[in-house]
Design a binder for this molecule. Structure first.
Ligand code: 13P
Ligand code: SF4
Length: 303
């Protein structure tokens, strides 16, 4: 532990705070987090928090907003308010309403990587961990699904329902960096490795992988697999977490450049500031939060 980390742990106690971190947070934040997880695990955790007075959320905007929606009685703080997920802004509520008018009979299944106002327009939410299960759970055969076209493709491979990706080309710039050559080249170097990729990667990359998993699914898979070597196709700090927790396994990134820049905006200095000054408060208007909560809670019931 360095000095900043020790101060944070002290402040955390004084303020009765809990620190949550997404799996893409850097090592120094991982080391001070009370709980780490994928989007679904973080949603579940937030909905269960009772005792803490403050929740410091080291993740991107849509995750912190989801926390505020799920636990409105808690103060949810984000250390750097500029930590935005560009994909979550690709399907504004106004655009979604136009799609709903065009397809009045379709169910709206939204990826949790959307902003609160869009979530409020959804029938049900999903994450990369439960998207197929959620789509199969709805009665309608036609589904408006967004904003990630690759997750939409992933779901379409596993259901007969008609999946309509909205917007047409919503994507994550980090997972778009991977291509099939990254897998074929890496397999030559590590022929015994299992290849795990995230469903935000292109379809051609998903087809070449051994498993397509959420970040939480990757952790469980590495823990349970008898294999020793893994090639990981997602954000690089996922490899940091896997190496910390499974030091006897060999974990390699498929691509060193796969960095989610905004996830890295949270630093120890900013976490400290967040705890000391109780900033930056994440707020969602009650009307939007109430509507969005029902879509998130429906997802939690299905998960
Ligand atoms: P997970 O829910 O799998 O952690 O994914 C979140 C995300 O933003 C991936 O880019
Ligand atoms: Fe958003 Fe992509 Fe970063 Fe995930 S990796 S938070 S989808 S920009």
């Amino acid at each position: 532990m360095n000095l900043d980390q020790e101060e944070i742990l002290k402040l955390k106690k004084e303020k009765n705070a809990i620190i949550l971190a997404h799996n893409y947070q850097p090592a120094e934040i991982q080391e001070i987090a009370d709980f780490m997880g994928d989007s679904l695990e973080l949603c579940i955790k937030v909905s269960e928090i009772e005792d803490a007075d403050l929740v410091v959320f080291c993740g991107v905007d849509f995750m912190a907003e989801t926390a505020a929606i799920l636990n409105p009685s808690k103060k949810i703080l984000i250390p750097d308010p500029q930590a935005e997920c560009p994909m979550a802004h690709m399907l504004p509520a106004e655009e979604l309403r136009k799609y709903k008018e065009k397809y009045p009979d379709a169910a709206v299944v939204l990826y949790v990587n959307t902003m609160a106002e869009a979530k409020a327009e959804a029938d049900i939410l999903c994450t990369s961990a439960n998207a197929v299960k959620v789509v199969k759970s709805v009665d309608e055969d036609q589904i408006l699904f967004g904003p990630d076209m690759n997750l939409a493709w992933h779901v379409q491979q596993q259901t007969d329902k008609e999946i309509i990706p909205i917007p047409e080309k919503g994507h994550c710039y980090v997972h778009k960096m991977f291509n099939s050559a990254d897998i074929t080249f890496s397999r030559e170097n590590y022929p015994d490795a299992e290849v795990l990729v995230h469903p935000e990667c292109d379809g051609e990359v998903q087809k070449l992988a051994d498993h397509v998993l959420s970040t939480g699914g990757m952790i469980r898979h590495v823990a349970e697999s008898s294999q020793k070597t893994f090639l990981i196709g997602t954000e690089v700090d996922m490899i940091t977490r896997l190496r910390r927790e499974y030091p006897h396994k060999l974990i390699y990134p498929l691509l060193d450049e796969a960095i989610c820049e905004t996830m890295k905006l949270h630093t120890l200095e900013k976490v400290k500031g967040s705890l000391m000054e109780e900033k930056f408060l994440v707020t969602v208007s009650q009307e939007i939060a109430d509507k969005a909560r029902s879509a998130v809670e429906k997802m939690l019931e299905v998960s």
